[in-house]
Design a protein around this ligand. Sequence first.
Ligand SMILES: *[C@@H]1O[C@H](CO)[C@@H](O)[C@H](O)[C@H]1NC(C)=O
Ligand SMILES: *[C@@H]1O[C@H](CO)[C@@H](O)[C@H](O)[C@H]1NC(C)=O
Ligand SMILES: *[C@@H]1O[C@H](CO)[C@@H](O)[C@H](O)[C@H]1NC(C)=O
Ligand SMILES: *[C@@H]1O[C@H](CO)[C@@H](O)[C@H](O)[C@H]1NC(C)=O
Ligand SMILES: *[C@@H]1O[C@H](CO)[C@@H](O)[C@H](O)[C@H]1NC(C)=O
Ligand SMILES: *[C@@H]1O[C@H](CO)[C@@H](O)[C@H](O)[C@H]1NC(C)=O
Ligand SMILES: *[C@@H]1O[C@H](CO)[C@@H](O)[C@H](O)[C@H]1NC(C)=O
Ligand SMILES: *[C@@H]1O[C@H](CO)[C@@H](O)[C@H](O)[C@H]1NC(C)=O
Ligand SMILES: *[C@@H]1O[C@H](CO)[C@@H](O)[C@H](O)[C@H]1NC(C)=O
Ligand SMILES: *[C@@H]1O[C@H](CO)[C@@H](O)[C@H](O)[C@H]1NC(C)=O
Ligand SMILES: *[C@@H]1O[C@H](CO)[C@@H](O)[C@H](O)[C@H]1NC(C)=O
Ligand SMILES: *[C@@H]1O[C@H](CO)[C@@H](O)[C@H](O)[C@H]1NC(C)=O
Length: 816
Amino acid sequence: MALRSSTFLAALSLINTAVAQNSSSGGTSSASTDWSQYVQPFLGTEGTVPGTSFNGGNCFPGAVLPFGSVKLGPDTTSFNTSIGQNAGYTPDGNITGFSMTHVSGTGGGPIYGVVSQMPLVSLNGVNVLDNLTYMEPRMGNDSASVGYYKSTFQNGITTELSATSNAGILQYTNASHMLVDLSHYLPSNGGGYQSQFYANGKITVSSDGKQYQGWGIYKGAFSEIPAYQVYYCAEFDTTPESWQTFSGLYTDPYWPNTPYLRSGPIFGNSSTADGGPESYLFGDRVGAIFSFASDVTMIKSKIGISWKSTDMACQFKDQEIPGWDLQEVVQAAKNTWNNDILSTITISDLSNVTRLEMFYTGLYHTTLMPTDKSGQNPHWQTDEPTYDDYYTFWDTFRCTNSLLLLILPERAAGIIRSAIDIWRHEVFMPDGRSGFYNGQVQGGSNADNVLADAYVKGLDYGINWDDGYQAMLTDAELTPYNTQDAGDPTSSVKEGRGALPDWLNLGWISPDYSRSISRTVEYALNDFSVAQVAAGLDPENQQKYLNRSANWQYLWQHNLTSYNFTGFLAPLFRNGSRDPGYQPGVCGEGCEATSYTYEALPWEYSWTVPFDMQTLIDFIGGANTTEARLDAMFIPGLGSAVGVNGGNGIGTTLYNPGNEPSFSTPLLYNYLPQRQWKAVMRTRQIVNRYYNNGRSGLPGNSDSGAIDSWMMWQMLGLYPVVTQPVYLIGSPWFSNISMHVGNETPLRISAENLSDDSYYVQSLKVNGQQWNQSWISHDDIKNGGTLEFVLGSEPARWDTGAVPPSPGHVVTNEIF
Ligand SMILES: *[C@@H]1O[C@H](CO)[C@@H](O)[C@H](O)[C@H]1NC(C)=O
Ligand SMILES: *[C@@H]1O[C@H](CO)[C@@H](O)[C@H](O)[C@H]1NC(C)=O
Ligand SMILES: *[C@@H]1O[C@H](CO)[C@@H](O)[C@H](O)[C@H]1NC(C)=O
Ligand SMILES: *[C@@H]1O[C@H](CO)[C@@H](O)[C@H](O)[C@H]1NC(C)=O
Ligand SMILES: *[C@@H]1O[C@H](CO)[C@@H](O)[C@H](O)[C@H]1NC(C)=O
Ligand SMILES: *[C@@H]1O[C@H](CO)[C@@H](O)[C@H](O)[C@H]1NC(C)=O
Ligand SMILES: *[C@@H]1O[C@H](CO)[C@@H](O)[C@H](O)[C@H]1NC(C)=O
Ligand SMILES: *[C@@H]1O[C@H](CO)[C@@H](O)[C@H](O)[C@H]1NC(C)=O
Ligand SMILES: *[C@@H]1O[C@H](CO)[C@@H](O)[C@H](O)[C@H]1NC(C)=O
Ligand SMILES: *[C@@H]1O[C@H](CO)[C@@H](O)[C@H](O)[C@H]1NC(C)=O
Ligand SMILES: *[C@@H]1O[C@H](CO)[C@@H](O)[C@H](O)[C@H]1NC(C)=O
Ligand SMILES: *[C@@H]1O[C@H](CO)[C@@H](O)[C@H](O)[C@H]1NC(C)=O
């Protein structure tokens, strides 16, 4: 706690020195460049239909610090069941409150949107239990910049706000009343599976009405949590003229004014309203309404939240926001973003603002999640970091965690240490986790890949690798109990590897389990991860897991043809028979949780064995056929990528720019001799077509920054091969990049002769040495260094050296 407040004071003291430098100084950056000016908080909030979040990125546009527990922003109404208000904000609809907690860039059932305030002009016609009676349409668009958000209602109320890690400040103009409703949360349309609900709450108001505190309990949502509890402590700068607590019948998910539920709120003069015993998950709805004198034009409020206690929430409020100056908090937020995050990668040519906005907003999105709740673990005492809102490793393992490892190694290690700590106390590391509850496994146990990636790159920062390895072995050997989930009743979706019995007994996953193809390739990579760590910590078992990593080869059906190409991953039944009608270019049952493949085509998943590209290329028929088959991934109209997460015209190629299974595909040309230029060509086309600096500038959900970090790697001219200390070479989008790697000298990436028409690599020097390989190793850059590119407008076959390694190369003869 002391540390937090001194960090805050240190940040404040910088306000007058390092702030808001105008980068118009000839288009070059200086040490004090205000990188936050390039962050566009609304990037990725809209999708394929302008003015709506339909198919959008679900990015959170409100006020937040890096990995902040508090994400303070508006919550809106939307009656279109296809629009999830996963980040609270939608451009359309009306506002029902400003709440303290959100996630950013997620799909699935919404979570949070809790601990809110709603400013009102009048109480006429208002039923405090019915948001339809007080929701407010906005005037124009909301506006935002790093650490700041503003919304103006048509009724004349303006709300401005900012946030620290665990507290928020709100400044209201023209409001006369403040509604605090503990039963406010982000709903799913229609209820049911993954829906969030209110469970219970308590509010206690001080006798002068200036302060209130308590807790709320909520349930369900994305990870299907039995219940999570959040504590709050709030204060107004102005004493209200009057206030009242209220309670009302538990109505979820029905509107309180529907027939049979016509029971209005009960107002009380008691300072406390609670919904019943804390263990009761159908408690009364509770809240309070505060009314201010008619001559009050501005009301300010500060709110702290904690996941552990009300006292802690009050401490956060007082320590993190000691004063009442909104601008001071905004400036401190900007400084924190600049100093801690945005300046880890600096770009010297500031002439193309569009590109800078894409890049720095990408970095911003990548560092909003998971949420740092260190020191607030409600379930066990620990000195380890506590992160929540892993959303999910399935999305972030491919390239997001590897980016954090380079530029923010302590954060990268903290995220891993927290996952291992969860294993210590709850048996399994998470794949997805929110509200301190593991849930929503989509494929394999992909924390394994993140751990292996960090292990082979020598990440330390206090990671207990012996425990880490044991946590990976748990994933590899212990079958999680079947959660009988509505999304997939065949095995656990909570954690671990639900289809492990087939994997251990048959070697592959049979269609007795759902997602049998995608889980087979993911389990194979997971076991390769185990082998990578075993190599150092348990050499006797390395070969065992290496052998298991080759099990994807069982599923390869060598005589299966699709779009003129032969050999695909295909379902394999227990008795060794095949599905004669199987088509790898088509999504059976929509590529959902109960299909053969999850959220991607078998064509896409057939590329996802990064540890043994040698065998894959061999199975496909050599380099030339592999090149043609990669080309086929990008032929418009040839296939139809899955609509899930789709947006921006996705759906015309087999390759899906909007979802993670396709992430590495365009980079795989690097595994073919002298084809690196094609990876550059494809990735340029993809970024140019599907990414921009506008509100719909992302191809679908940001997925906690996974989509953004993929784009950032392209712009850096590198791409990590996760679980290996290897980066594939691309082509940088900026002429001079300086990137923090650990605490050493920076990695400098330069590009000579770069322009919109000149981006093919002609030659490359790595740390001063002429380079002819399409990849580098982590050792080449881990202590900083230089990558000097010379670019040109024509493809060059400069990559004559050895192709990237296949450290999981295993030849089996047990092929069906
Ligand atoms: C930035 O520079 C522009 C143009 O020189 C100037 O108009 C603007 O006032 C400057 N902004 C700040 C914050 O210094
Ligand atoms: C609001 O934002 C939209 C983009 O979603 C833009 O097209 C529109 O012009 C903006 N309206 C105003 C009044 O600025
Ligand atoms: C939801 O909005 C989208 C985009 O405007 C539209 O295509 C779709 O039909 C709407 N769905 C419903 C149920 O209104
Ligand atoms: C927003 O509020 C306006 C005015 O009260 C109403 O006409 C409109 O239907 C509401 N829209 C939504 C999506 O809540
Ligand atoms: C407050 O209301 C007055 C009168 O309606 C209006 O002129 C003023 O612009 C409002 N202030 C803000 C900040 O919205
Ligand atoms: C409005 O309140 C009703 C009743 O509590 C609830 O079912 C609904 O989800 C709420 N809508 C929003 C957008 O919060
Ligand atoms: C609350 O207090 C007011 C004024 O003191 C009184 O008129 C009213 O009856 C009280 N209401 C209840 C429910 O006790
Ligand atoms: C700036 O970058 C954008 C996005 O990459 C690109 O479309 C545009 O052509 C660039 N503009 C110039 C002048 O280079
Ligand atoms: C790995 O597979 C090879 C070839 O099938 C086999 O000879 C060897 O015994 C296996 N090793 C282990 C440890 O399973
Ligand atoms: C492909 O091989 C499988 C056995 O692996 C066999 O059942 C199937 O009939 C063959 N299909 C074709 C088209 O030859
Ligand atoms: C497949 O082969 C046919 C016949 O040669 C050709 O017309 C078609 O374009 C090919 N399709 C692809 C995707 O290569
Ligand atoms: C691959 O293609 C290249 C260029 O088209 C050709 O020179 C080479 O002979 C081909 N290799 C094989 C094995 O067919």
